[in-house]
Design a protein around this ligand. Sequence first.
Ligand SMILES: [Zn+2]
Length: 251
Amino acid sequence: MTELNDQALLRYSRHILLPEIDIAGQQRLSRARALIVGAGGLGSPVALYLASAGVGRISIADDDVVELSNLQRQIVHDSGSLGRLKAESAADRMRGINPEVAVTALTRRLGLAELEQLAASHDLVLDCSDNFATRHAVNRACVAAGTPLVSGAAVRFSGQLAVFDPRDAASPCYHCLFPDEGEAGDGPCATFGVLSPLVGVIGSLQAVEAVKLLAGIAPRVGWLTLYDGLAGEFRQIKVPRDPGCGVCAAR
Ligand SMILES: [Zn+2]
């Protein structure tokens, strides 16, 4: 069992005060391995909070570089990061916040085979990507590896969040929810625009579910949370598992 030294007890004291986390939960976090797919708008708050919360090993994957138009919402990067690889820029910021966390920057585009290996070697995957093709590939990898997935998406003024856990027989997967693998209705922020703090709301909700799950608190599996920032409204929809799902039916 990982022991927390005096510095760690102080750093994480506001977590340890929470009876649901306590020292045992913080130790679980320090032993946990999380993979963040995407170091953009959603990945920014996820990366900052997972590092500050003390998730022991974090891999962050993105093959893109920081551009000026990213800085309106991708708050893990700053003006000094322009032109740098996003994964490396994010990793440096995470190490700056918490040197006790081991951060790995993955700067290449991940194929399905590598995603499956990574899903198998991490306790949790956070999908912070911005397109359907990546979301479906990440989902397939998580179902194949039996690794929980915290999925987020945000565009214009609206966003969504869902937790899928292949270890739970009742849990749907991303494909149960969105069986169409086409690009319809989806698109990067470059096409449709996105409100700056909207990605902060959804990314922070992803971080809440991730820290809970890794600390040993049961996440809310099988619900889709919808946030309409324009109306200022949250909605939740129960998502059943699809017994005919092309990805998870055979699990
Ligand atoms: Zn499914």
